[in-house]
Design a protein around this ligand. Structure first.
Ligand SMILES: *Cc1c(COP(=O)(O)O)cnc(C)c1O
Length: 221
């Protein structure tokens, strides 16, 4: 079942779009099944859970951290994580940089943007993000690589609203790309789209879809 879902998803992905299999709350065995089907890129949202899975599973898995990350936990994942999707403050970015320097790595980071009409979701507003980039302190951080942006649409059945939110993020991504990262090839990722809205996200220009439930089934919290 998991293998079929992986194949169904990856066979329909346009070039330049990658699948992050979101395995949070699912056991290592489920990840191993997806791995056997060829999936190598997985996303987790809790530090301890990611730690345990990273230790238990094959070392050629590429791990992304997708959830809200507390600064005091950054040090646990920085030695091996390849991309952190949820950078929502300069303070967090600076802590990733500090910890990455300690272990001699450079860690990819995505700026999390708040695009949903919901108050509970983390992330920068477009204006806050412009301000952060304008201030320029991030240029002093040499052990993080800003690779793009991440966003979550409103959790709604109104797909027109979801499409509008994705399009607004894609437009903002291009503004930021041309203003601050025109010469930086690494700034190329737009992480958006989950189980219920990944087709809309791909249509709007997503390069990383984060799909959990469709692959692994419902989560038991
Ligand atoms: C859990 C989660 C997903 C996956 O959601 P599904 O609806 O299970 O596909 C994607 N992105 C983030 C940030 C998540 O926390």
């Amino acid at each position: 079942m998991i293998a079929e879902r992986i194949h169904a998803l990856t066979s329909q992905l346009p070039q330049g779009v990658r699948l992050v299999a979101i395995s949070k709350f699912h056991p290592a065995e489920a990840i191993a099944e997806a791995y056997a089907a060829g999936q190598r890129l997985f996303g987790e949202s809790r530090v301890q859970e990611l730690q345990a899975k990273h230790e238990a599973l094959p070392k050629d898995i590429e791990w992304h951290f997708i959830g809200h990350l507390q600064t005091n936990k950054v040090k646990y994942i920085v030695p091996y994580v390849s991309l952190i999707h949820g950078i929502d403050s300069f303070r967090l970015l600076a802590e990733v940089d500090r910890q990455a320097e300690r272990v001699g790595r450079t860690v990819g980071c995505l700026l999390q943007m708040h695009i949903a009409r919901e108050e509970t979701k983390f992330g920068f507003s477009f204006e806050e993000c412009r301000q952060l980039l304008q201030e320029g302190e991030w240029r002093q951080l040499h052990h993080v690589r800003l690779c793009g942006m991440m966003g979550m649409a409103t959790n709604t059945d109104n797909m027109q609203q979801v499409e509008e939110e994705f399009r607004s993020l894609a437009t903002f991504f291009h503004e930021v790309k041309t203003t601050w990262f025109a010469a930086d090839e690494a700034f190329c990722e737009l992480s958006m789209g989950m189980s219920h809205d990944y087709p809309q996200a791909i249509a709007a220009g997503s390069t990383l879809i984060r799909v959990g439930t469709y692959i692994f089934g419902e989560r038991n919290y």
